[in-house]
Write a protein that binds this ligand. Structure first.
Ligand code: 5GP
Ligand code: MG
Length: 191
């Protein structure tokens, strides 16, 4: 696989589509098993980044369940602003419901912390967290991340739903920022 160029940055292959699918198999199996006796859970997707993970995960869920989405944002460019904005709030009641949050990536934990508070305030009975990617090295939260499909270092990744300034979400595989190649390309002024 080759590097991809997104605006001013170069990204190198990090995880293939096939590897991602295997990781999703594993979390789906755990979720199916853990929730088999619970009343109709709601899978709550955190837009936008989780849309591919959400689809692939839900295809493997064999429980009676509902789906719902919320839209939060904390990132600008390649770093967290530390502030979480609610762009689309809860559109469905979570009172007394079992919730499985489906995130693209848990980094500092700011987003998940805000969402957890919101779900608690609205009376959720149980809250579990599934995430495609987890950065344990930068996580500052105390909430347990129940289902991390993959744990990764503190590098910036794109693809499979994840963006760099809104582009790159359509990439089938996951790529990581290639600092040297980005610098080299800047030097010779190519994109
Ligand atoms: P947190 O609030 O945990 O610091 O950040 C969570 C959100 O930041 C994620 O849901 C995701 O939208 C964004 N984010 C964190 N790390 C990355 C990354 O490596 N790549 C991309 N594209 N987004 C990230
Ligand atoms: Mg997100």
């Amino acid at each position: 696989m080759k590097n991809v160029q997104l605006y001013d940055k170069s990204f190198k292959p990090y995880m293939s589509y096939e590897e991602i699918q295997k990781a999703i198999d594993t979390v789906a199996e755990k979720i199916n098993n853990d929730l088999k006796d619970e009343h109709t859970p709601i899978f709550l997707g955190v837009l936008t980044g989780s849309f591919m993970f959400f689809g692939d995960l839900l295809k493997r869920i064999n429980l009676e369940c509902e789906t719902c989405f919320i839209r939060l944002a904390s990132y600008e460019g390649t770093s967290s602003t530390g502030q979480v904005k609610q762009l689309l709030g809860l559109t469905q009641s979570v009172k007394d419901r079992n919730i499985v949050v489906v995130e693209d990536i848990v980094d500092t934990g700011g987003t998940i912390n805000e969402l957890y508070k919101l779900l608690k305030e609205n009376g959720a009975r149980s809250i579990r967290i599934a995430t495609l990617m987890f950065k344990p090295g930068s996580y500052k939260g105390t909430i347990k991340i129940d289902y991390p499909a993959c744990s990764i270092p503190n590098d910036f990744i794109v693809g499979f739903g994840l963006d760099y300034d809104q582009i790159g979400r359509n990439l089938k595989d996951i790529y990581v920022l290639d600092v040297e190649e980005t610098e080299r390309r800047k030097g010779i002024n190519i994109r």
